[in-house]
Design a protein around this ligand. Structure first.
Ligand SMILES: C[S@@+](CC[C@H](N)C(=O)[O-])C[C@H]1O[C@@H](n2cnc3c(N)ncnc32)[C@H](O)[C@@H]1O
Length: 347
């Protein structure tokens, strides 16, 4: 959780009196390391059953008592843990929202991503096709497991707001979730619209994630189909009333996006619509939202030559593919994330 400066500290940072660079180059990387370290030694797991002091935590995590205490104190400062009388505990929010079982897998993926991205100067100078990791790196194995655990956790945090804000025509019967992975959005949307049949379209590792979540959502799972495919190689299944894309556009080059939107145009029915969840950096939003959207852009540029594309670019692809009536809203629980909808233009 971020360290939040109070108004006067913020003022001093903005005025250059506080060395803000320190927050970026010394604090932020060590915040990352503290969470990764805790995940790897099993610190959160060791606190799952209740508070413990540093000595018991050291034993439970097979760590040095000094090391575990240094780490625990940072996690207290960041809001992951509480400390009282030398005993540490998960905060209420950590207990409710931390994906403790998934954290070690997520940590492995996150670390590898950072390790590869340390070559950033070269990537900025040369713009290598496919970025530094690329989709090939997460097609299988540990990297795929960690990546998809991260996607599931992120989606579980924002899915309620997305489903609440999504509005489909009453006649909508078929929804295609392109790159839908875990399928959590499809499930929530099918729950909201009881006549909807959903399909999750993804690569095998994405569908493996859906196979984990489907049995936990038995109220809608029989309305959801898993479709294996590559949206850059294959056509999308036709006859869709709604095509949903969450966090897909940012991971692709502009050329691939232009093609993908044409496919979406062909896959949707005459009155079909598209719903997109993306980080759009240039729409009116808070400074945090703008920052998150821009950093997502850098992250995806490094990852796979993607970008957080400007709003006009997104609307241009939609219009070229036959969509109009384009609307946009910003999410509250996820600053930097916008939900964009568009309807097929009558011919
Ligand atoms: C950033 S994740 C988004 C997952 C989900 N939509 C969400 O927002 O949580 C991107 C997804 O697109 C899938 N994907 C990437 N390239 C693909 C391709 N060429 N064809 C099909 N799926 C692809 C990945 O497997 C992954 O599940």
């Amino acid at each position: 959780m971020p360290l939040l400066p109070n108004p006067s500290e913020r003022w001093n940072i903005r005025a250059g009196r506080t060395p803000g660079l320190l927050l970026d180059v010394r604090m932020a990387p060590h915040q990352f390391l503290a969470v990764i370290g805790a995940a790897e030694v099993g610190l959160f797991d060791a606190l799952r059953d209740g508070p413990a002091d540093a000595a018991s935590l050291a034993k439970a995590t097979d760590s040095s008592p000094v090391g575990i205490e240094v780490l625990a104190k940072v996690l207290v400062a960041l809001g992951y843990l509480d400390e009282e009388d030398g005993r540490y505990a998960l905060t209420e929010v950590s207990a409710k929202t931390l994906p403790i079982d998934e954290l070690p897998a997520m940590a492995a993926f996150l670390k590898e991503g950072v390790r590869q991205s340390l070559d950033i100067a070269r990537v900025v100078k040369e713009n290598p096709p496919g970025g530094v990791l690329g989709w090939g790196a997460i097609r299988s194995g540990e990297m795929a497991l960690g990546y998809h655990a991260l996607m599931r956790w992120l989606a579980s945090s924002v899915v309620d707001e997305v489903a609440r804000r999504a509005t489909f025509p009453r006649a909508a019967r078929r929804l295609l979730d392109v790159g839908g992975a875990h399928g959590l959005y499809t499930m929530a949307l099918c729950r909201k619209y009881p006549l909807l049949q959903g399909a999750v379209f993804d690569l095998p590792a994405g569908l493996a994630s859906a196979k984990q979540t489907l049995p936990l959502n038995s109220d809608v799972s029989d309305r959801i189909e898993l479709v294996q495919g590559d949206f850059n190689q294959d056509e999308l299944p036709e006859g869709q009333d709604v095509v949903f894309l969450a966090n897909i556009v940012h991971g692709q080059t502009a050329e691939n996006n232009a093609d993908l939107f044409q496919k979406i145009g062909r896959a949707t029915t005459r009155r079909g619509m598209v719903l997109i969840l993306e980080q759009v950096p240039d729409v009116p939003q808070t400074q945090l939202g703008k920052g998150i959207a821009a950093i997502f852009g850098l992250m995806l540029y490094l990852f796979s030559s993607g970008q957080a594309y400007p709003y006009e670019r997104l609307t241009g692809w939609l219009e070229d593919a036959g969509f109009g009536d384009i609307k946009r809203q910003e999410l509250r629980v996820a600053p930097g994330f916008s939900l964009v909808s568009a309807r097929k233009r009558p011919r």
